[in-house]
Design a protein around this ligand. Structure first.
Ligand code: SAH
Length: 403
């Protein structure tokens, strides 16, 4: 047991086993939890805020570097088991400006996150996903010189591997190894921020990397709370989009817990149960009627829309019939459609829809009055494109969580 756990257990009259703030990773503790912990172990209360701000405001992940704290407290924090949740193992830069970071977690597992500068056209992936929705927030930072700052979106992973098994996605081919703790999710953001250029700023966050965020709800929700805290990154839920395979129970909880403010992207990929069941196995557990019902009830704020992701796979879901059926399926929902040409993965023979078919598909949706964006391929020269974040053998160092 760590020193903090011991002290806290003693302060609670020797009751061990109950989950208290000392059992939560330091980077995942909310300000109130730091306060409770410090009260229990006899540290001054104002220090709680100081530590939270150091981590989530300044991005300091090692207590030894919190030089504004007394040396004794720094040592105490280090002894209590506060170590950086992740360190940078590799950085890959794509010719298009996308940066993929490979982070090493405690125990040796490696996860990836991707920084994506927004293109000027405004019609690419994440502008389409979240840009329109946050246009009116009025929180643009000061411009650097004459040029306004360049917006960057960060794509983070929530699990190591994935249990959903979508047939066209590399992430799930080896199944789920483990979910990431909120500390590991937030650390991706705090570390990736260091790789922004001087003229860039982190505008949006998408939970679209490896894993299914709603299959791992508690840690995902805690990460959203930490990221949105005003004493930390202050990245409110409106600047965050959670991408889900479509788990109705998770969608309902997310809607309730954050009043519908967290952006929602749903990996629909097909307009009918028959087609969807073939490529998204989860559809057999939660058929379209149930998923669409959860989407209809999601308490989206006025003027916001959810994103429907549709990966176009040749000969599977890209026919004229599919387009027409999709228009029917989406009737009555406040959505924009994000078409993604399938990126090839080694584990599957499925392939991308030809360009002309993609354009025809898009044209038909647009004519039916749906707003529709084509997700441009970003970072595929560094294997950072959608569905390419895999558990490649070099990413799997150790399959078990350290104890
Ligand atoms: N579990 C989440 C996040 C997955 S990755 C979800 O299902 O939404 C983000 C998006 O990329 C999803 O829409 C996913 O279906 C899509 N995707 C996965 N593999 C892909 C591939 N090979 N080509 C194109 N898109 C892919």
């Amino acid at each position: 047991m760590s020193e903090a756990s011991e002290l806290a257990a003693r302060a609670r009259g020797g009751v061990t086993g109950a989950r208290g703030p000392e059992d939560i990773h330091a980077v995942a503790r909310l300000p109130g939890e730091w306060q409770r912990l410090f009260a229990e172990i006899g540290e001054r209360e104002y220090r709680a805020g100081q530590v939270f701000r150091a981590i989530h405001g300044r991005g300091v992940l090692d207590p030894a570097e919190m030089t504004d704290l007394p040396a004794a407290l720094r040592t105490r924090l280090a002894k209590s088991g506060f170590t950086p949740p992740a360190t940078v193992a590799e950085v890959h830069r794509s010719a298009d400006g996308t940066r993929k970071l490979v982070l090493e977690l405690a125990g040796g597992a490696r996860v990836e996150c991707v920084l994506i500068p927004m293109t000027k056209s405004g019609a690419d992936e994440v502008d389409a996903d979240v840009g329109a929705a946050v246009e009116d927030e009025g929180d643009e930072p000061e411009s650097a010189g004459d040029e306004p700052k360049q917006r960057v979106t960060l794509c983070v992973s929530t699990q190591f591997g994935c249990a959903m098994g979508c047939v066209f996605c590399a992430s799930g081919q080896a199944g789920l190894v483990r979910g990431l703790g909120a500390a590991e999710i937030v650390a991706q953001v705090l570390i990736a921020r260091r790789y922004l250029e001087a003229n860039e700023y982190l505008r949006n966050l998408v939970f679209m990397g490896m894993g299914e965020p709603l299959h791992h709800y508690e840690e995902t929700a805690r990460a959203i709370r930490l990221l949105g805290h005003k004493d930390g990154l202050n990245m409110g839920p409106r600047r965050i989009t959670v991408s889900t395979v479509g788990l109705p129970p998770g969608i309902r909880r997310l809607g309730e817990d954050f009043d519908g403010k967290v952006g929602l992207a749903v990996s629909l990929h097909a307009p009918d149960d028959e087609t969807r069941g073939r490529i998204v196995p989860m559809n057999r557990r939660y058929p379209l009627a149930e998923l669409l019902d959860a989407l209809r009830r999601y308490p989206l704020p006025k003027r916001r829309r959810m994103t429907i992701e549709y990966t176009l796979i040749e000969g599977v879901n890209n026919s004229v019939g599919h387009t027409r059926a999709l228009v029917q399926t989406l009737r009555g929902l406040r959505v924009k459609v994000n078409l993604i040409p399938m990126n090839s993965i080694t584990a599957s023979d499925l392939g991308a829809s030809p360009k002309a078919r993609v354009e025809a598909f898009r044209g038909e949706l647009t004519r039916a009055g749906l707003s529709c964006f084509l997700r441009t391929r970003r970072g595929d020269d560094v294997s950072a494109a959608c569905g390419q974040l895999a558990l490649s053998s070099e990413l799997v160092r150790e399959r078990r969580r350290p104890t």
